[in-house]
Design a protein around this ligand. Sequence first.
Ligand code: 13P
Ligand code: SF4
Length: 306
Amino acid sequence: MKKSELKDAIIKAKKETGTLILAHTYQDPDIIDIADITGDSFALSKAAANISDKKRVLLCGVRFMADTVKILSPEKEVILSHKNATCPMAEQIAPERVRQFREENPDVCVCAYINTSTELKAECDVCVTSSTAVKIVSSLPSDKVLFIPDQNLGSYVSQFVPNKEIILWDGCCPTHHSVSVKDVQEAKAKHPNAKIAVHPECRKEVVELCDFVGSTSEIITFCKSCDDDVIIATERGVCDKLSRDYPERGFYQLALNKLTCPNMKMTTLENAYKALIGEFGDVIEIEEELRLKAKRSIDNMLKYGG
Ligand code: 13P
Ligand code: SF4
């Protein structure tokens, strides 16, 4: 099938099957075109909490995002677009390690980035996304916070909460963590008048060289609000979107080969279509006791994150 025919077939299948398509901004532009709701992790979580009229949801992104939809809307059939699309960071910390830490440190609040497995969320007090992390950690009642798994986001957040002790472990996003100071210096030399916008999952020394730090959606808002050219230091989906939406502007992708998340890019139009008609993807199942435990930390995120 030609691309345009495939997109038409997807639109038809969406209607016939009563399916809502949610897609993270890092998805390929073709997937963004056929989605009903797109955005960063927080926007997708909020959308999941408010789904009312659809009985099926197809999540184009990675597994923890589909799990979040199922945790918040257990009565829906939730399908992940590709069964192998996982976020490696979500699996980096074993839930038993947190259980043991909590036993030894009962006064520490455990805060998990939303990029975590359901099993890990079930051991934590509250989740955050990159756009809500500073706000939520600032408002936690405890002076000591274990922030997992992303050491880079945790280190970024700690600058804004000097009155709290933030304990970090060794997790990170392999895609963003691979960006080096040299990558930034080379891009700056090539585009000396451009501003640089970076995701806080990048290393501290990379973030320090940039003009704006924010989540996927915050980077897009920043780019819309300024007239400058911008070098984009996050997954290439953001730069692809901005270049398509504003073809007259100068947006430059930093370290293209490094900032292409292989898991986010597993979903194609073909497999999204097959997932819609029940021939591909993974139907999410979560055992009820585990779901309720994990839901507590997501509910707290939605409560404190606004
Ligand atoms: P956002 O919270 O900006 O959507 O980021 C999600 C993600 O996977 C970043 O790598
Ligand atoms: Fe996970 Fe990084 Fe890919 Fe985001 S970009 S899904 S954090 S591996």
